[in-house]
Design a binder for this molecule. Structure first.
Ligand code: IPD
Ligand code: CA
Length: 265
């Protein structure tokens, strides 16, 4: 394991504090069970007032702390460019958040060029904080995490993310392939938390046909440090927009990759 640069270690600590404060803000604005308090961007794609408020909060704090770093948000797009680039998803799992459910998070990742180097994902309603730094491991609430040891696909739990960006037959074909392996399919509504679940062994795999950079930026270093295998998301177009992702524990990754026809890196 190479030792992390002090500049990156410092950034991770700063990001953790900013994401924590942003999570408190999101909790203070959290709607009661049942909502709805969201507007619809497109079919089943939701936006709440909190998404904008949390992103503005994080953008302002990061500009003060690291004005030389690039910054990109789900809502505001690319505000600044830089070799180091922060990528924020202010609320991942907005559909859950808007209904008063607990499975949502604030996600902040750091890229060094085309390499994911650090990430913080906080799920305040679940009391969970994931952190990762290249070369220094991945952690859940301060404890090291690792991808699961499950080897038999018939004992595996695989999540597949859904959005209106993917035609129904394509989605159904992949779900069918997962079920033919004997695996248990799941869909939880937060791509970032599902990938974090792969990193900590709660899930054996996650697939999404088209997912945005901000949904996965913080999870990529978690997955790498936790020993999961991942498809080449950034190389496949994710660096500048959206791409397919497959992440899985190292024991079933090849089998899953072949079954759903999504190559690994
Ligand atoms: C969505 C969630 C969902 C995933 C979608 C994302 P949002 O993000 O992560 O699980 O399947 O692709 O767009 O809208 O909650 O920020
Ligand atoms: Ca998202």
């Amino acid at each position: 394991m190479s030792s992390p640069s002090p500049a990156l270690a410092y950034r991770l600590e700063a990001a953790r504090a900013v994401v924590h404060d942003a999570s408190r803000l999101a909790m203070s604005m959290r709607p009661p069970p049942g909502g709805p308090v969201a507007t619809q961007k497109s079919a089943q794609d939701w936006l709440t007032e909190t998404d904008g408020a949390v992103e503005a909060f994080i953008a302002s704090r990061m500009k003060t702390l690291f004005p030389e770093d690039g910054f990109q948000g789900e809502e505001g797009g690319v505000a600044r460019s830089g070799q180091l680039r922060w990528v924020v998803d202010p609320i991942d799992g907005t559909s859950n958040y808007a209904r008063g459910r607990s499975r949502w998070c604030v996600s902040l990742g750091l890229l060094d060029g085309d390499e994911p180097v650090a990430g913080v994902i906080e799920a305040p309603a679940l009391n969970e904080v994931y952190t990762a730094l290249r070369g220094a491991g991945a952690f859940l609430n301060g404890k090291p995490i690792h991808a699961s040891p499950v080897k038999d696909p018939a004992s595996a739990m695989i999540e597949m993310g859904w959005s209106n960006r993917v035609p129904k037959p394509v989605f159904m074909e992949k779900i069918d392939a997962i079920m033919k392996l004997g695996a248990m399919p799941r869909s939880g509504g937060s791509g970032a938390l599902a990938l974090a679940d792969v990193a900590c062994g709660r899930l054996d795999g996650y697939i999404e046909i088209v997912i945005n950079l901000w949904d996965v930026a913080a999870a990529l270093p978690l997955l790498a440090e936790a020993g999961a295998r991942v498809s080449p998301f950034l190389r496949d177009g994710g660096l500048t927009g959206a791409a397919t992702i497959l992440a899985a524990n190292p024991h079933i990754a090849e089998t899953l990759s072949q079954a759903v026809n999504i190559p690994l890196a």
